[in-house]
Design a protein around this ligand. Structure first.
Ligand SMILES: Cc1ncc(C[n+]2csc(CCOP(=O)(O)OP(=O)(O)O)c2C)c(N)n1
Ligand code: SF4
Length: 263
């Protein structure tokens, strides 16, 4: 880590997720000189600037295409993407689904604080129905995406979810995502007590973390619950795994064929 002190508000969960990524990198024994962190724009995306790797702090919503370019140019690199819920599923939503569709070997860690934090609390596609935002002062009437279901439907080959309360699980899930050769998506629920919690009367950061501990249910238990019991709960752990050829490997074959003059 360098460039501290950071910009985050007291009680913000972003530091917890950033540390979990660093621990997952360590757990997988990745070479620091062959690991690149790419982020978009937002409070969460500032994390790349605090991590002692080659890092790119790109444009809002564009971390995945930048990361795809890096991975295609040098497939030996481990490329990890840091993105917020607005960054990933609003302005960057198209890049997100197409990155997953192509199964590019990236590990995308979504810092989901349910709001646009950096710009003061506008609703994002992951703001739950009925929750307040500056752009939804009476409560949002838009249905929220389930980002994990979206990743799975778009073709991601590894999908998982954890929360800032469940740090050890989060480290393990990100590490497993790094090990997957393909598009890995890990949604991390993280408290934003300032732009989201305060407006929705969710209490301080500790109360928000406690809320997450009560919301999260391991997938196996979640699947056994009735629709009624699922109300207000979110499934966590590994949610999906599948096999599909990785994009850069497929692309390398195309380059080979083109070099040999095959059509
Ligand atoms: C092209 C563009 N549009 C809008 C903005 C303004 N902007 C900066 S951060 C942000 C939202 C960030 O929200 P999110 O991605 O959820 O991240 P968080 O700050 O909550 O971590 C917006 C709209 C921008 N920087 N660039
Ligand atoms: S506004 Fe929210 S997400 Fe941004 S630094 Fe503050 S607490 Fe964290």
């Amino acid at each position: 880590m360098n460039r501290l002190p950071h910009i985050w508000c007291p009680g913000c969960g972003n530091g917890i997720v950033m540390k979990a990524i660093a621990q997952a990198i360590d757990k997988q024994g990745l070479d620091q000189n062959k690991t690149v962190i790419v982020s978009g724009i937002g409070c969460s995306s500032r994390a790349s600037g605090y991590m002692d790797f080659d890092t790119l702090h790109t444009a809002h919503g564009r971390a995945i295409p930048f990361a795809t370019g890096i991975k295609l140019a040098n497939p030996e690199l481990n490329v990890i993407v840091i993105t917020g819920d607005g960054d990933c599923t609003a302005i960057g939503g198209n890049h997100f689904i197409h990155g997953a569709r192509r199964n590019v070997d990236l590990t995308v860690v979504l810092f989901n604080n349910n709001i646009y934090g950096m710009t003061g609390g506008q609703a994002s596609p992951l703001t739950p129905l009925g929750k307040k935002a500056t752009t939804a002062p009476y409560g949002s009437v838009d249905r929220a995406f389930d980002a994990c279901e979206l990743a799975k439907a778009a073709g991601a080959t590894y999908v998982a979810r954890s929360t800032a309360y469940h740090v050890n699980q989060m480290v393990d899930l990100i590490a497993e995502g790094i090990a997957n050769k393909g598009f890995s998506f890990v949604e991390t629920m993280t408290p934003c007590p300032i732009s989201y919690g305060r407006r929705n009367k969710l209490g301080d950061a500790a109360a928000m973390l406690k809320g997450m501990s009560q919301q999260a249910v391991p997938l196996i238990a979640y699947e056994k619950m009735s629709e009624e019991q699922r109300e207000g709960k979110i499934p966590t752990g590994v949610l999906h795994k599948s096999q599909f050829p990785e994009y850069c490997s497929e692309y390398a074959q195309v380059i080979c064929m083109a070099g040999e003059g095959e059509v």
